[in-house]
Design a protein around this ligand. Structure first.
Ligand SMILES: *Cc1c(COP(=O)(O)O)cnc(C)c1O
Length: 460
């Protein structure tokens, strides 16, 4: 049997009804939300692609784990189960649960960084950047230049620019570089993967200079799948073997388990073998997250995470998961709808700048497309462009983003191929009338992270 896209390696045991409002209702709902998709009620969204974080469907085994959760304050059975599961995958000696990814960052960054220090990353995710800065340090991004070209093919657009990394270390002085953070996959570059050769070289440079390597592991399993598919010499290796090799190049990892560990809440810190460093992790965890054997989670959450970690590296699951993204991207390609190519692991980034060239950046083309998708078919997506970027803090002027992306993030094990077809059909309809789409202006905005709460109105 040969199929182009690997079908769901599961059958559906429990369903959650969704319904589509009428077009008139959708127009009214988005107006009442002041044209901000974050202000829509989830119930009013037919297909919700706002994020893939914490929105996955748990398996029967994970739900069974929920019932087994040991809620002891200290030393619960569920904690030991989680430790064992995580050690098995990452090969690290020390594992600390925390309540989500940014909590891991909050615990780790002050240990490695402080005033006058620098963190260099292929790209800091926004909460990672925030915690680097809260720790008093500077966050410097160092991604390869091909990440910025949305149309050309490159197998590993998430890579660190290692030549520039060497120059940056010289420039700042190695004693001032507190951390080198490798984000897999590279979320901010569109979920683009990082090659194992690149990780190995980054790690070598770090070792040579005595700098700690942090792996931001939110989507490590998807990254392993790309390595298996695209990197020479890795086609015959298992996802687990590839994961072990990646983590062998790091010293410490932080992880949002809401992505590749398929839980609704949870995070991890792992330390390879430095007991002294792990003492510091524990010392920060206790006041900030909770006692070390629960780290801000309930015992039942630890159980679900222990199981989800194992399911996240399942080869059939990953074939299906990435296959869904490729199916969606393939249909968009056929329909001539532009997106960041090749598609990454967790989302399709529609190129609104190309689709709507008549809407200038200061009228937010990617936001206009997100609103139109909601009106067309009740699909919730979001702007990753000038609207999200905000204003220059000094002049108050609207900044122009390099990209105007409308992001379609796909939750794990939640939507079927028919749902993906609805997305494609909606976009085809919009493409037909794209020249009639108008831009938006902001009527109210907060000072920081405005995209979550700002109010907009259409420009007529
Ligand atoms: C989601 C994410 C985080 C933050 O994790 P939360 O669980 O949302 O706090 C950090 N880094 C990357 C790469 C992420 O994708």
């Amino acid at each position: 049997m040969s199929v182009k896209y690997f079908a769901e390696p599961f059958k559906i045991k429990m369903v959650e009804p969704i319904r589509i409002l009428t077009r008139e209702e959708r127009i009214e709902k988005i107006r009442a939300a002041n044209y901000n998709v974050f202000s829509l009620a989830a119930e009013d969204c037919y297909i919700d692609l706002l994020t893939d974080s914490g929105t996955g469907a748990m398996s029967a085994d994970q739900w069974a784990g929920i019932m087994l959760g040991d809620e002891s304050y200290s030393g619960s059975k569920s904690f030991y189960k989680l430790q064992e599961s995580a050690k098995d995958i990452f090969g690290y000696e020390f594992i600390q649960p925390v309540h989500q990814g940014r909590a891991a960052e909050k615990v780790v960054m002050p240990i490695l960084l402080g005033e006058g220090k620098v963190s260099i990353s292929n790209m800091h995710f926004d909460t990672t950047r925030a915690h680097v800065e809260i720790a008093g340090a500077r966050a410097v991004d160092c991604v390869v230049p091909e990440a910025l070209d949305t149309e050309s093919y490159a197998p590993f657009k998430g890579n660190m620019d290692n030549e520039r990394l060497v120059r940056l270390i010289e420039e700042y002085g190695k004693e001032n570089v507190g951390a080198i953070i490798i984000t897999v996959t590279n979320n901010s570059a569109g979920g683009q993967p990082v090659s194992i050769a690149n990780i190995r070289e980054t790690s070598r440079i770090a070792k040579e200079n005595g700098i700690t390597v942090v792996i931001d592991a939110a989507r490590y399993a998807e990254n392993c799948h790309f390595i298996k598919r695209r990197e020479e010499g890795y086609g015959e290796k298992s996802i687990r073997e590839i994961a072990r090799e990646i983590f062998s190049y790091g010293d410490i990892f932080t992880m949002s388990s809401k992505k590749d560990a398929i839980v609704n809440i949870g995070g991890l810190v792992g330390v390879k073998n430095d007991a002294e460093l792990f003492e510091k992790v524990k010392a920060n965890t206790i006041p900030m997250e909770g006692f070390i054997s629960y780290g801000g989670l309930a015992g039942r959450d630890l159980e679900a995470l222990a199981v989800g970690l194992q399911e996240g590296v399942d080869e059939d699951f990953l074939k299906y998961r990435i296959g869904q993204m490729e199916y969606l991207a393939g249909k968009l390609e056929e329909a001539g709808i532009p997106y960041q190519s090749p598609v990454g692991g967790h989302a399709v980034f529609l190129d609104a700048k190309k689709l709507l060239p008549h809407i200038p950046y200061h009228e937010f083309p990617a936001q206009a497309l997100a609103i139109e998708l909601y009106i067309e078919a009740g699909i919730r997506s979001c702007d990753i462009g000038s609207y999200m970027l905000g204003n220059d803090p000094d002049t108050g002027e609207q900044l122009q983003s390099e990209f105007e992306f409308t992001r379609l993030a796909v939750p794990r094990r939640v939507y079927t191929q028919s749902h993906l077809d609805v997305i494609v059909e909606a976009l085809k309809e919009i493409k037909e009338r794209k020249d009639t789409l108008k831009g938006y202006r902001i009527t109210w905005e907060p000072k920081i992270l405005r995209h979550f709460t700002a109010k907009l109105e259409p420009i007529r």
